[in-house]
Design a protein around this ligand. Structure first.
Ligand SMILES: *Cc1c(COP(=O)(O)O)cnc(C)c1O
Length: 455
C-alpha cells in the first residue's frame, strides 16, 4: 500500500458543502434551553431577542441531518481550509510507539484556533439579517480575535468583553482584535449594570467567562441592531465546527484509515463536538465504533466531577438555563493557563452523549500538559496552545500504552491552536513556577449548591 503522506489535504471539490448536525442521529436529544423566569423551553421568539434568527433556527433544529454551508462562508473557508491532517511520524518515532498518530491542525489562521469556523458563520448570518453589530465575551482571546476577523470581513461592528485578567496579561491579543476594528473592554466593567454590580460585590476581581458573558448579553439587548454571539457550548457552534470532523473523516477515508481512538480537549465542547461529529454519527447509527475521549483541566473538571443538571450559563444569570455537566455558574477556576478551558459548564450535546455512555472523559494537570506540549513542539515543529496540549498529553499516554501492548492503534486528536500568545505560561513552566491546583470536593459542593431548582 502507498505510504500515507505526512499531511493529508483535501482538494477543493472534496471539502464539505454541508455541516453535519449530530442531534439528528441522537435518540436522546440534548435538553432544551429553558427560560429562567418561566422554567419553560425557550421559544424561537424569545431566543430571537438575543441571537440572530437563522442561528436560532440552527440552535433549535434537532432533526435536519445536513445543513448546507452558504456559498459566502464556503468561500471564506477556502482561504484557510482544509486544515491539514498530519501524520505525527516524528512523534511516533520519538515515542517508539507502534501506534499511528494523526492530528487535525486548526491553528493555521491569524486567530490561531478553530474558533474562526463558527465566527465566520455567525457574522455572516448577522450581516444577512441586516444587523449593525454583535457583542461577545472572550477569555484567553481566541474567540474575540476570531470574531473580530469575521466581523471586519463582513463589515459589522464588534464589541468584545474580555476577561480582565486576560486583558491585562495578553495585551497583544487585544491589539490583534483592535487591528480588525473591534472595541475591547476589560470585564467586569462599569459599562454595564451587571458589571457594576459584580465590581461592587467583588472589588478587585480578575473576572471570569461567566461574568463577561453577562456583560456582553446586556450590551447586545440594550442596543438597537445588535445581537449576542457565543464561541462555544451552543448547539449552533458545534454544528459549524462539524467542518473539522467532516474534513478529518474525508481525509482518513481517502486512505481507508479507521481511527480507534479520537481525542480532544474540552472547554465548552465545540472543537471536540466538531471533530467527533461524523464519527459519533456512525456510532449512534450502529455503523462503527470508536473510543472518544474528552480531556479537561484538573482545575476545571466539568465532565469528571460536575453534575448533570440545569444551570445558568453565566454568572449574572441573564442567559437561558442549559442542561449540562456543570461545576455551578459561580465556580471560578484557579487561574490556570488554558484560558479556553475555564468554563464551568459543557455543551448540552456532549453532556447528553457522555451521560448516555457514548464517550469518556479524563483530566490532566497543567504541568503534565506543558510537558506534553514541549515534547510535541520539539518533534512536530508546532508550538501548541495550552488548551490543545491537553489532547496531546492523552494522545501520548494512549500511544505509550500501545508501546506496552504492541498494539498498532490509530489515534486521532484535535490540535486546536497555536500558543504564541501563551508564552507567559510557557515561561512559568520553564521557571518551575507553575502550580497544579485541583479544587477540593468542598469547593465544588459549595458552587454546586447554587444550582437553580428545575423540575
Ligand atoms: C477556545 C479553545 C478551546 C476550547 O474550546 P472548545 O469550545 O471546548 O473547543 C480549545 N483550544 C483552543 C486553541 C481554543 O481557543
Amino acid at each position: 500500500m502507498e505510504k500515507i503522506p505526512y499531511k493529508i489535504y483535501l482538494e477543493e471539490q472534496e471539502m464539505p458543502t454541508a455541516w453535519y448536525n449530530v442531534r439528528a442521529d441522537m435518540k436522546n436529544k440534548p435538553a432544551p434551553l429553558l427560560n429562567p423566569g418561566t422554567g419553560k423551553p425557550m421559544t424561537a421568539e424569545e431566543l430571537g431577542g438575543v441571537f440572530c434568527d437563522e442561528l436560532v433556527k440552527q440552535e433549535l433544529d434537532n432533526d435536519t441531518r445536513l445543513i448546507p454551508i452558504p456559498e459566502e462562508i464556503r468561500a471564506f473557508y477556502k482561504m484557510y481550509r482544509p486544515s491539514p491532517l498530519v501524520r505525527a511520524y516524528c512523534l511516533e518515532e520519538k515515542l517508539g510507539t507502534p501506534a499511528h498518530i494523526y492530528y487535525k491542525f486548526e491553528g493555521n489562521n491569524t486567530s490561531g484556533s478553530h474558533k474562526l469556523n463558527s465566527s465566520i458563520a455567525q457574522a455572516y448570518y448577522a450581516k444577512k439579517q441586516g444587523l449593525k453589530g454583535v457583542t461577545t465575551e472572550t477569555g484567553a482571546g481566541q474567540w474575540g480575535t476570531a470574531l473580530s476577523m469575521a466581523c471586519s470581513y463582513f463589515g459589522l461592528d464588534c464589541k468584545v468583553y474580555m476577561v480582565k485578567i486576560s486583558y491585562e496579561q495578553k495585551p497583544f491579543r487585544r491589539e490583534v482584535m483592535r487591528t480588525y476594528g473591534a472595541t475591547v473592554t476589560p470585564s467586569p466593567s462599569d459599562t454595564t449594570q451587571i458589571g457594576r454590580k459584580i465590581l461592587e460585590e467583588f472589588p478587585g476581581t480578575t473576572g471570569s467567562l461567566g461574568c463577561a458573558i453577562s456583560e456582553a448579553v446586556e450590551a447586545a439587548v440594550t442596543r438597537e441592531g445588535y445581537r449576542y454571539v457565543l464561541g462555544s457550548v451552543l448547539n449552533q457552534v458545534l454544528l459549524h465546527q462539524s467542518v473539522i470532523g467532516l474534513e478529518t473523516k474525508a481525509a482518513l477515508d481517502k486512505y481507508g484509515i479507521k481511527p480507534d481512538i479520537i481525542i480532544g480537549c474540552a472547554g465548552g465542547g465545540s472543537n471536540l463536538g466538531g471533530l467527533i461529529a461524523p464519527f459519533m454519527g456512525e456510532k449512534l447509527r450502529g455503523e462503527a465504533d470508536y473510543r472518544i475521549i474528552a480531556v479537561e483541566p484538573a482545575s476545571c473538571p466539568s465532565f469528571t466531577r460536575g453534575t448533570y443538571a440545569y444551570d445558568f450559563c453565566d454568572t449574572g444569570k441573564v442567559c437561558p438555563l442549559a442542561k449540562m455537566y456543570t461545576l455551578g455558574s459561580g465556580f471560578i477556576p484557579a487561574p490556570n493557563h488554558a484560558g479556553g478551558l475555564r468554563y464551568h459548564g459543557m455543551s448540552s450535546i456532549l453532556s447528553q452523549l457522555y451521560d448516555d455512555g457514548y464517550m469518556e472523559a479524563t483530566t490532566a494537570v497543567q504541568t503534565d500538559v506543558f510537558k506534553a506540549a514541549e515534547q510535541f513542539a520539539r518533534v512536530e515543529g508546532i508550538l501548541p496552545a495550552p488548551e490543545s496540549a491537553h489532547a496531546i498529553k492523552v494522545a501520548i499516554d494512549e500511544a505509550m500504552k500501545c508501546k506496552e501492548t504492541g498494539e498498532e492503534k490509530t489515534i486521532v486528536f484535535g490540535l486546536t491552536g497555536t500558543g504564541y500568545f501563551d508564552l507567559v505560561a510557557y515561561e512559568k513552566f520553564h521557571n518551575g513556577e507553575m502550580t497544579d491546583y485541583i479544587p477540593t470536593d468542598e469547593e465544588l459542593q459549595k458552587s454546586l449548591a447554587s444550582l437553580p431548582k428545575v423540575d
